[in-house]
Design a protein around this ligand. Structure first.
Ligand code: C2E
Ligand code: C2E
Length: 179
């Protein structure tokens, strides 16, 4: 059926809100940029963007496997050794609450540095800088992040995530060969 053009435009503007979880760098930037320019969303209440730098010894593609957004509209990407997360409609005062819902471990244990943007202007200006980053600097996630086997040994008890201990085999470090 024919959809009037203005309705089609309105519908397309709500699309980024349907995304969730890991996005390629350019898709992430485009989605956040679209939200910032969407007149249907409340000014300066569209969400919070946070960039997290992994603690020494942890790679960003490892850290991102701990990032499990539940809410539709919560998206993240990785590049330049940082994880950038956009939390739709989250208020700045609720950032820690939201991060506790999203990470099974305290974020202070996983990340050593955090930068936060919560006004449309700040977010847009950071997105413009991110869009200038060359594809060579985008980080490819480990297969586990995008594959079908993404279940972690964690359980949500209604308030927060709890880890369930599970035996693991310590072998096959990246880049090493057993024989
Ligand atoms: P959704 O927004 O995509 O959220 C998916 C799931 O993420 C929720 O499942 C919940 O487990 C978790 N979640 C998202 N935001 C929050 C939050 O602010 N606090 C907490 N504690 N958990 C959160 P759930 O509860 O089964 O909800 C399913 C869907 O129903 C949600 O999808 C949303 O579309 C709608 N919904 C449920 N409760 C609310 C609400 O209070 N306000 C709004 N606007 N929508 C709600
Ligand atoms: P809010 O979105 O205004 O939600 C207020 C409260 O409504 C939440 O308190 C939660 O009790 C309930 N609620 C909202 N959405 C859902 C839902 O989809 N499912 C369920 N079961 N409950 C829901 P809570 O959890 O203490 O969160 C406080 C605030 O923290 C939220 O305010 C939101 O601004 C932020 N937040 C929390 N979790 C998330 C998240 O997963 N993603 C984002 N983007 N923001 C979150």
């Amino acid at each position: 059926r024919h959809v009037p053009e203005d309705i089609a435009t309105l519908l397309s503007m709500t699309q980024p809100l349907k995304l969730r979880g890991f996005q390629k760098w350019d898709v992430f930037c485009e989605a956040v940029h679209n939200m910032m320019t969407n007149p249907l969303l409340p000014a300066d209440g569209r969400g919070v963007m946070v960039a997290l730098r992994p603690a020494p010894g942890l790679r960003v593609e490892q850290a991102v496997t701990l990032c499990r957004p539940n809410r539709t509209g919560d998206i993240m990407t990785i590049g330049e050794n940082r994880l950038v997360l956009f939390l739709s409609f989250c208020r700045i005062n609720d950032l820690d609450t939201a991060l506790n819902h999203i990470f099974p471990l305290p974020t202070g244990d996983v990340f050593s540095n955090r930068m936060v943007w919560f006004e449309d202007k700040q977010i847009t200006s950071e997105i413009l800088q991110m869009q200038a980053v060359k594809p060579e600097r985008w980080t490819t996630p480990l297969p586990i992040t995008t594959g079908p086997e993404t279940v972690m040994n964690v359980e949500h008890d209604g308030r927060s995530w709890r880890r369930i201990p599970e035996p693991i085999r310590l072998a096959e470090t990246h880049g090493e060969h057993a024989s």
